[in-house]
Design a protein around this ligand. Structure first.
Ligand code: AKG
Ligand code: FE2
Length: 354
């Protein structure tokens, strides 16, 4: 963490390197009811303006974050013939296992859900990434696809425990959301949540000639909104994440990585649930802004590899997502019909795969 920071009693930390508000989550975890309410308000305010907040001093230990990045790198360092022994099943019904570069294309759904043009347009510029998706072993409709144990000992055990560490942390964030939205019962949102339906994603953006990203021949991840309730994101120090500006639609602003911090963003499910009180913001991954993240050879400039770990948090599939009472009044009538999480998921996920 940079030295140059100021702490406020509502958890906010002024931070010079990022426009996205930084909130000290330990003040929520350990605070009395009025302090917890103040921190929850700060988090929700950030979600209303930016759709994103950086949480520092959260309960996920530095050791487990480092271990997750180490193990992710070791997985992606395996030869392709090994990684494809844990393949993502064809189609979009099951979203687990290894996807090689170019297989998944994240799509800007604002182009229109059923638009064939949107689907083909989105595929003209490929995503330069490979990914590995993990869920709960108890979610039988989405069976995990683990690498053979002798190929990568310890991977399954660690990733399973990391999944559940993040699932527990997410419960605390649900409490903060409930308080910040104005629900009287801080456990209200948790009634729709077991932790079994989240998704842990390991992402690797390989080194690539800088020109490819700069001339937009390919992107690391194209502009999109997440379909989750919210997403936790851990990133290495490469940089390149950009979010749509809250004041100038269509312009993207860079979000600098903060070591060990957890970036949290609202997804489409929570935006809908909150009647758009909270914002699901478009984001993408482009070229890193810092010149130190490039390697210059005699022939070309290369963008260094990037690793990130998003964790998509969602409710149980049968949860009925109906605009939450504090988010609906005369001035803000409900914009959305009730929908189950499962129905919403099917709509969204069918856009991302061929
Ligand atoms: O790699 C990142 O930092 C962002 C990834 C992302 O937005 C996603 O997987 O939904
Ligand atoms: Fe995303």
């Amino acid at each position: 963490m940079p030295e140059n920071k100021t702490n406020f009693s509502d958890g906010r930390v002024s931070h010079l390197s990022s426009q996205v508000p930084v909130v000290d989550f330990s003040i929520f975890t350990n605070g009395d009811p009025s302090t917890r309410q103040a921190v929850a308000n700060s988090i929700v305010e950030a979600f209303r303006t930016y759709g994103f907040v950086y949480l520092i001093n959260h309960p996920v230990s530095e050791a487990s974050i480092s271990q997750a990045f180490r193990m992710s790198k070791m997985f992606f360092d395996l030869p392709l013939s090994a990684k494809t022994q844990a393949p993502h099943p064809p189609g979009f019904a099951v979203h687990r296992g290894y996807s090689h570069p170019g297989l998944e294309k994240v799509t800007d759904l604002t182009l229109g859900l059923d638009s064939v043009a949107a689907k083909s347009l989105a595929r003209e510029v490929p995503d330069l990434k490979e990914s590995y998706e993990i869920g709960s072993d108890n979610y039988l409709e989405q069976p995990n696809v683990w690498p053979p144990p002798n190929m990568y000992p310890g991977f399954r055990g660690f990733m399973t425990s990391f999944y559940w560490i993040l699932a527990e942390f997410s419960k605390e964030i649900l409490k903060a959301l409930a308080l910040g939205i104005g629900l009287e019962d801080e456990n209200y949102l948790q009634k729709f949540y077991t932790g079994e339906h989240n998704q842990l994603r390991l992402l690797h953006y390989p080194e690539v000639e800088a020109k490819v990203l700069e001339e937009k021949k390919a992107v690391r991840v194209g502009a999109h909104c997440d379909w989750s309730a919210f997403t936790l994101l851990f990133q290495d120090d490469c940089g390149g994440l950009e979010i749509e500006s809250p004041t100038e639609p269509g312009r993207f602003i860079s979000v600098d990585p903060i070591e060990n911090a957890c970036l949290v963003n609202i997804g489409d499910l929570m935006a809908r649930w909150s009647n758009d009180f909270l914002k699901s913001t478009m984001h993408r991954v482009g070229p890193p802004p810092l010149q130190s993240r490039y390697i210059a050879t005699r022939e070309m400039k290369i963008t260094m590899a990037r690793y990130s770990i998003p964790y998509f948090v969602t409710t149980t599939p049968e949860s009925v997502i109906e605009c939450l009472p504090p988010c609906v009044d005369e001035k803000h009538p409900a914009k959305y019909k009730p929908i189950t999480q499962k129905e919403q998921n099917i709509q969204k996920v069918s856009m991302n795969y061929n």
